[in-house]
Ligand binder design. Structure first.
Ligand SMILES: Nc1nc2c(ncn2[C@@H]2O[C@H](COP(=O)(O)OP(=O)(O)OP(=O)(O)O)[C@@H](O)[C@H]2O)c(=O)[nH]1
Ligand SMILES: [Zn+2]
Length: 225
């Protein structure tokens, strides 16, 4: 079926939408095109996705995850990071509540793109951490922008969100774009031997609110603020 393109604001278009059944329930999947952005390794702006469960329009405290693409873990099951399990936990929680949103942003490698992320992995294999590997490549620690997320939240008519994240910079960036964040809830994934250095670097070098490995690991998702 052809879905007409709907202009929402100057830069944002919905390209298509359909229900997608998952093991956590049926989500409405909306594909957005956001015309104003480019990523470092792609000339084109990729489409972003909103996975929506329930009637979120006009609602406050909507459980919402702003998730950044991670091909290595989400498709190939890489154990180097926590992305896949965070996504899974967010979908599971939304499924239990029957209401919530995952915004899936096509910002692979914190916005540096897949090839650069794999170059960074090569450096990490020689002992550099996630931040230093980016810097050796002459790339920013974090190249993401959250304008598409803010625009999608506005389009969905959500009043305020309960954001699932451990990243205070993500909270600040979304607030600066006008998103009302009623609360933040942790999205903690237990470490494994391959992800431990990555999680520790996020805690120590990027200010993420995650437990020190010496404190033992937390469970899945819990209220933080
Ligand atoms: N540059 C770089 N990106 C990585 C690396 N490992 C994972 N990523 C990307 O990091 C992004 C996820 O960011 P994270 O820093 O894990 O977490 P976050 O989204 O800032 O914070 P949370 O909301 O708490 O998950 C995804 O786009 C991954 O592809 C790495 O070693 N280097
Ligand atoms: Zn990842």
């Amino acid at each position: 079926m052809h879905v007409p393109t709907t202009a929402i604001r100057p830069q944002l278009d919905i390209r298509a939408q359909a229900p997608v059944p998952t093991k956590h329930g049926v989500f409405q999947m909306l594909v957005f095109h956001f015309g104003g952005t480019t990523s470092p390794d792609q000339g084109l702006s990729p489409d972003h996705v909103a996975l929506v469960m329930g009637d979120v329009r006009g609602r406050s405290d909507v459980t919402l995850r702003v998730h950044s693409e991670c091909l290595t873990s989400e498709v190939f099951g890489s154990l180097k990071c926590d992305c896949r399990e965070q996504l899974e936990a967010a979908q599971a929680e939304i499924g239990r509540r029957g209401l919530g949103v995952v915004l899936y942003l096509r910002q692979e490698g914190r916005g540096i793109g897949l090839a650069n992320k794999i170059r960074a992995y090569q450096l990490q294999a020689f002992g550099h951490d996630t931040v230093d590997a980016n810097r050796i490549l002459g790339l920013p620690d974090d190249a993401r922008g959250y304008e598409p997320a803010a625009a999608m939240i506005e389009h969905l008519g959500i009043e305020s969100i309960r954001l699932l994240t451990n990243n205070p910079d993500k909270v600040d960036a979304l607030r600066a774009l006008g998103v009302r964040i009623a609360s933040r809830s942790a999205a903690i994934v237990p470490a494994n031997p391959f992800s431990a250095p990555y999680l520790e670097a996020k805690r120590l070098r990027m200010g993420h609110v995650i437990p020190s490995l010496r404190d033992g690991e937390g469970a899945a998702v819990g209220d933080a603020e």
